[in-house]
Design a protein around this ligand. Structure first.
Ligand SMILES: [Zn+2]
Length: 260
């Protein structure tokens, strides 16, 4: 089994694939069923994401307000989110977080406020969280140390020390196609340091492309797993098995996987 812990399926025009194959050698291929956790970014796409998770048996949805869109929401967003957490199968809060890069840091105060509100809700409903963090790690770590939530920090290309701080708070580290870039040395080092215990796989489809391709594919997750396997000198099967367990644990999926 493969689980994509962070993707945006609203960008997908066809039904999501049900399986991917990996090759043991030229002649033997292993088929893996594949599941997706699709992220939302604003209340405008919550319904759409929910419908996808209801339509496709291998799709789970996460609802939340992404830091880039905090200025677009109205005051009712939290009540709406609460109602959906209460009435629908939503596996996580996501994608939420803090982004203090130049383009977004103007909304810093609002981002902090919206994040804290959403995390409080996640804690109340015991929902894991998929986090987006850019140039705001101190603030994020402080908030997380005061709010008992768990989940994954998606696409974290940070130092080992920083990543360790998230791991110490109960978070997993999401690795995606960025790992395939030759210049992603810090990312490679992160994988080497954490080994298979604290990592989860993701594509962040359609936002991460693996060169030379100019588009993103959901099947890129296999390439990411292969890269992790080569860095750690182990088999792809081993990587998939361990990372699937990590993702199930981070997102409390064991129960819902059986029910789907
Ligand atoms: Zn994303």
């Amino acid at each position: 089994m493969i689980i994509d812990s962070h993707c945006h399926l609203d960008a997908l025009l066809s039904p999501p694939p049900l399986s991917f194959s990996t090759s043991l050698n030229d002649r033997v291929h292993v088929k893996h069923s594949v599941y997706f956790i699709t992220m939302s970014t604003s209340p405008l796409d919550w319904r759409n994401q929910l419908e996808r998770s209801q339509t496709f048996e291998n799709v789970f949805c996460a609802l939340g307000v992404h830091p880039w869109y905090v200025q677009d929401i109205d005051l009712t967003y939290l009540v709406q989110l609460e109602r959906l957490f209460m009435t629908e199968l939503v596996v996580a809060l996501g994608e939420v977080g803090l982004d203090f890069t130049p383009l977004y840091k103007e909304s810093r105060t609002l981002q902090l406020e919206i994040l804290v509100e959403q995390l409080a809700l996640a804690r109340r409903f015991e929902k894991p969280v998929s986090l987006h963090v850019r140039k705001a790690h101190n603030e994020m770590l402080e908030i997380l140390s005061n709010t008992a939530v768990k989940g994954a920090v998606h696409g974290l290309g940070a130092s080992k020390e920083l990543a360790q701080s998230y791991v110490d708070l109960g978070f997993k580290i999401g690795v995606n196609g960025v790992l395939k870039r030759d210049n992603a040395r810090r990312y490679h080092e992160l994988v080497r340091y954490f080994g298979l215990d604290y990592l989860v796989l993701e594509t962040d489809f359609p936002h991460v492309k693996i060169a030379p391709s100019e588009v993103s594919f959901l099947s890129d997750i296999v390439l990411v797993a292969e890269k992790v396997a080569s860095i750690l000198n182990t088999s792809v099967e081993n990587v998939l098995e361990k990372m699937t367990l990590n993702t199930q644990e981070a997102f409390n999926l064991s129960g819902v996987l059986n029910g789907k």
